[in-house]
Design a protein around this ligand. Structure first.
Ligand code: FAD
Length: 414
């Protein structure tokens, strides 16, 4: 099959790219080995969050991680194993756990997320997508003095980058969110943030992309590539070969293995997280609530409430660790007033694509001239989906990018 632009991967990044390309009148085909939103874009926490513009590596992250390694219910878990890629990744990650690297990344992520939130507003209004979009901000809530003190230091640091945050004492946080557990002592109001039901947005965006002319094919798995003269000449799939002038690799956590088939080094670890979605209790929080000491979150999504969290480095496995799921549910009861009777919840797991420096890969490959890579958005892929799609469309059309791509170079690790 012949197309102008072929996108591999139907997560928020691939679908956003297809949307902006189709809107620009470009002939674009998107293929996914399953369906649109089958990967980590489906059941995530739904936060669109300029206020959380920190990459994963940062000062103290490794020390905290090592402490958590001994706790089976901790928010971070590294499955002990001898895996050369993981060891190399951890070594590189260590190199970014410092203040300078953090302070370099924050303004870049902030600008991308703010631009992305603007794109969300425009797309949702323009395409009339029903996705429970709410600009009600969010809360970071703490139960301990120690947690609150650390949260305030972090909030003051983020405010120094111009982000709109408000520190709340116990009275103020309970006045704003009466469904918080009485033991919550205070926290931070993240004024700039919004939230959505992720799959509703992505399905709506895919339909909009189709209306603008994109072709979206499910059950079409990339099995390999044919390349010559530094160009991809064919993408081999279970449904035959695809020939495209340009190829966009947006396959989330699967991108590293696909890039390897092209001789490209795109280091990432799949970082598993879980969510549990329950019917919306009454009353329930009006905005997202992060459980400060537990690194998990509750997000209201229409007639449901979703709890999400954990970061598990256990490879490309799809298994569910029930103890970690239980730990998220337990944390929810520590931070929120919830009905005594436990409702049945839908449990989901997804793999975040995480580069060692916590910055996405967005750009053209130097070694494959007709390949654009867009992946590695770690914890912020939903939030940064539309701006990434816009940037991909600009790159593919040889237009200047609407935001600088410093720090996102796709060949930065060789
Ligand atoms: C628990 C949890 C909570 C999160 N919360 C948030 C949040 O609140 N806000 C936020 O911004 N981000 C959040 N994230 C991160 C976010 O979900 C990801 O960064 C984002 O979904 C990545 O999107 P993607 O399009 O790159 O990848 P994916 O959504 O994983 O899509 C990749 C697609 O590629 C397809 N694919 C793979 N291999 C092939 C192949 N060989 N051929 C064809 N297709 C292929 C897959 O089927 C899949 O559909 C969270 C993640 C988790 C796990």
């Amino acid at each position: 099959m012949q197309t102008d632009i072929l996108i591999i991967g139907g997560g928020v990044i691939g679908v956003s790219s297809a949307y902006y390309l189709a809107r620009a009148g470009v002939a674009v085909t998107l293929i996914d080995k399953k369906t649109v939103a089958a990967g980590s874009s489906w059941g995530n926490a739904g936060l669109l969050c300029p206020n959380h513009s920190e990459p994963i590596p940062g000062p103290g992250v490794l020390g905290q991680g090592l402490k958590w390694l001994l706790d089976v219910e901790s928010p971070l878990y590294i499955k002990p194993r001898i895996d050369a890629d993981l060891i190399r990744w951890l070594w590189r990650f260590r190199g970014y756990c410092n203040q300078q690297a953090l302070d370099r990344a924050i303004p870049r992520l902030r600008d991308m997320q703010r631009a992305s939130l603007d794109h969300y507003r425009q797309i949702i209004a323009h395409e009339d997508i029903a996705c429970d979009f709410e600009e009600a901000g969010g809360l970071l809530a703490f139960r301990t003095d120690e947690g609150l003190a650390a949260g305030i230091v972090q909030a003051e640091h983020m405010a120094s980058f111009g982000l709109k945050l408000q520190i709340l004492d116990a009275a103020a946080i309970h006045a704003l969110e009466p469904t918080l557990h009485p033991e919550v002592q205070g926290g931070v109001f993240h004024q700039e943030d919004a939230f959505i039901t992720p799959h509703k947005f992505i399905f709506g965006l895919a339909e909009a992309a189709k209306r603008h002319g994109a072709l979206i094919l499910d059950e079409t798995e990339v099995r390999g590539f044919t390349a010559s003269g530094g160009r991809i000449t064919a993408v081999r799939t279970n449904r035959g070969n695809f020939h495209a002038r340009q190829v966009v690799l947006a396959a989330g956590a699967w991108s590293t293995a696909l890039a390897r088939q092209l001789g490209l080094h795109l280091p990432m670890q799949p970082a598993k997280g879980y969510s549990i979605t329950i019917p919306r209790p009454q009353p329930s929080p009006k905005r997202y609530v992060i459980f400060g000491e537990r690194n998990a979150v509750a997000t209201p999504m229409g007639d449901t409430l979703r709890f999400a969290g954990t970061l598990e480095l256990s490879g490309m496995s799809a298994g569910v660790n029930q103890r970690r799921v239980n730990a998220i549910c337990k944390a929810a009861r520590e931070y929120l007033i919830l009905p005594k009777k436990k409702p049945a919840g839908h449990v989901w797991q997804g793999l975040r694509p995480v580069p060692p420096d916590g910055m996405p890969y967005i750009g053209r490959s130097r070694r494959m001239s007709n390949l654009i890579i867009a992946t590695g958005h770690a914890m912020l892929g939903l939030s940064m989906g539309p701006i990434t799609g816009r940037l991909v469309a600009e790159l593919a059309q040889e237009q200047p990018p609407s935001l600088p791509l410093d720090g996102c170079e796709v060949d930065r690790f060789g």
